[in-house]
Design a protein around this ligand. Structure first.
Ligand code: AMP
Length: 570
């Protein structure tokens, strides 16, 4: 059985292709969106999703979020004094979705198609595959989020040729892709983006302005008062969402200890203020838009359709920008939070050669220029460090290209092939992807021919082969073993590390989430209500201890009803 997964910065989703079309799969709380959050509770239990998000508000050192931004790097995240790589954290989210799907479809799920931002590098794509493997999936394909969105919109089914632009602003990443559709073919013509731009930055901007208005500094707050900051960010997130549909919203300013109580000051924020404070973030989306248009060789008047994807496109200022720039209304008939997962599910069906989608062809492009380092002869002196592009940005994939190089020194019997991606002329400006050595070049004068072939497959995985022409000696390198990625040994260790974490049985997950939520709200309430809530929590905990289903249900209902009157985000 294969599922499609949108592994998002803030939320992740899983869907499958049912005979009636793509269908989203609910998690243990009955929700489609599972926050990409991981936490370890006081009793050592692993929490994923909403429960982890609740815990983060009151114990940020026990939780991790936004780790998608660290995929493909060596950076570790510490949760409750244990260190994890981003792949490991992502794998916990994926595992949780895998279990949801197995429960929903009543069968084990082995395979997945996982989406990534079109702008993800090789390393990040490979890290995503590793995360999938750690979660126990066979990752059949990695596809770009805008491609998945376009598939969900059925762009390929249209009769006439049309050019669409997919504008995807998620929690942490921004992607823009231009697609061409004709005769049941969907082709990505170009894509561009920013891996450090998303809805979270808008929330942080709002928090930053509120801190400034109180003569405080964001970095200082992060270092000195993390509890206050995480609570403020939670407040700002709710206010930001409200401002997408209302003119004003209130932010309750927490105490230094991160508590919200009746004495807390309320800061009123208007939609206009949020607009003004985030105008530089909005402006940052322009450059990738222009670059995608230029790479596709199109003007903005040649775009027939604009599709918006990602929760952050609900902000009216984004829609205004697109309306002004393209002179047409962006299309958002499908929920921008769900559309990528739906596309991934359809792609899953395609991979499985499901009849319903066999006649659809999807092509994609390489998001970066890929090449090797070379030395150049500059007026008689040889200088290294130059980038020689082999596959240029926005080439349709899969692709295979070969280039000829020559040795520089006499009797040179080996060459080190150093691989880079990026648009810079010098390799120091580009991202190093890995290196390997080709040996066995026959001795002789300088200028021995070496052929280097780059093969870039549909998953965006790069394989490079070098051949010494005279001897036929070969060396190959797949960009997976790079230092920044996990080695086989590290993968095995990570798997053991993950298996040592205790998890709650699935049926307890909703209960634990409820208790975490109650714990967070407890700190916000005035004394009288605190006492009342304490009684309800106590009753619920006791019922859980007694394991009597009807008593649990009764107490649970009472607690839920109480919490729902205070929390806007139930
Ligand atoms: P995604 O990665 O697509 O799940 O994007 C989630 C992002 O969308 C988060 O940064 C949310 O804050 C943001 N978001 C969700 N709903 C809204 C809304 N109504 N208004 C503004 N931003 C939203």
């Amino acid at each position: 059985m294969i599922v499609g997964i949108d592994l998002g910065t803030t939320n992740s989703l899983v869907a499958w292709l049912s005979p009636e079309g793509p269908q989203l799969i609910p998690n243990a709380l009955g929700e489609f969106l599972t926050p990409s959050a991981v936490g370890i509770d006081n009793d050592g239990k692993l929490l994923v999703g909403r429960a982890a998000k609740e815990l983060q508000v009151v114990a940020p050192d026990r939780c991790a979020t936004v780790f998608k931004r660290l995929m493909g790097t060596d950076r570790k995240v510490t949760i409750a004094d244990r260190e994890f790589r981003a792949e490991e954290l992502s794998s916990m989210v994926l595992r949780s979705l895998k279990e949801d799907a197995a429960e929903f479809l009543k069968q084990p799920i082995e395979e997945a198609v996982i989406t990534v931002p079109a702008y993800f590098s090789e390393l990040q794509r490979q890290a995503t595959i590793h995360a999938g493997e750690l979660a126990g999936f066979r990752v059949r394909r990695i596809i770009n989020e805008p491609t998945a969105a376009a598939i969900a919109y059925g762009l390929h089914e249209l009769k006439q040729e049309r050019v669409a632009l997919v504008f995807d602003l998620g929690g942490g990443t921004f992607d823009v892709s231009i697609l061409d559709q004709f005769e049941s073919t969907l082709e990505i013509r170009s894509s561009a983006g920013e891996i450090f731009l998303g809805g979270e930055d808008f929330t942080r901007s709002l928090a930053n302005q509120i801190l400034i208005s109180r003569q405080m500094n964001f970095e200082h707050a992060e270092l000195r008062h993390p509890l206050m900051l995480s609570r403020l960010l939670h407040e700002c997130e709710m206010a930001k969402r409200k401002l997408s549909t209302s003119d004003t919203a209130n932010v309750r300013f927490p105490t230094i200890e991160g508590e919200i109580n009746e004495a807390c000051e309320q800061v009123s924020v208007s939609a206009g203020q949020l607009n003004e404070w985030t105008s530089s973030l909005i402006a940052k989306t322009r450059l990738p838009l222009q670059r995608a248009l230029a790479d596709a060789g199109l003007t903005r008047h040649q775009i027939d359709e604009i599709i918006i994807v990602g929760g952050a496109t609900r902000m009216p200022q984004i829609q205004t920008l697109l309306r002004e720039m393209f002179g047409k209304e962006p299309r958002a008939t499908l929920d921008p939070d769900l559309v990528v997962a739906m596309g991934a599910a359809i792609q899953g069906g395609l991979v499985h050669l499901n009849k319903a989608v066999t006649d659809m062809v999807v092509t994609d492009v390489a998001p970066f220029t890929l090449g090797v380092e070379i030395a150049r002869d500059i007026a008689g002196s040889v200088k290294g460090g130059y980038f020689f592009p082999v596959i240029s940005r926005n080439t349709t994939i899969p692709v295979s290209r070969v280039e000829q190089f020559s040795t520089i020194d006499a009797n040179q019997t080996s060459v080190t092939v150093r691989l880079y991606q990026g648009e810079g002329r010098r390799t120091e400006d580009n991202l190093f992807l890995g290196e390997f050595e080709l040996k066995g070049i026959p001795r002789g004068p300088a200028g021995q021919q070496v052929d280097i072939r780059f093969t870039y497959d549909l998953n965006g995985i790069l394989e490079v082969e070098a051949v010494a022409s005279a001897s036929g000696t070969k060396a190959t390198h797949v960009v997976t073993r790079h230092a920044k990625n996990m080695s086989d040994r590290q993968l095995r260790e990570a798997l053991q590390n993950l298996q040592s974490l205790k998890t709650d049985p699935r049926e307890n997950q909703a209960n634990r989430h409820l208790l975490k939520k109650a714990d967070r709200l407890y700190r916000e309430l005035p004394l009288e209500l605190k006492k009342h809530l304490e009684r309800l929590i106590h009753g619920f905990e006791e019922a859980l201890q007694l394991q009597d289903a009807s008593v649990i249900e009764l107490n649970k209902k009472a607690l839920e009803e109480f919490l729902n009157q205070f929390d806007e985000q139930h």
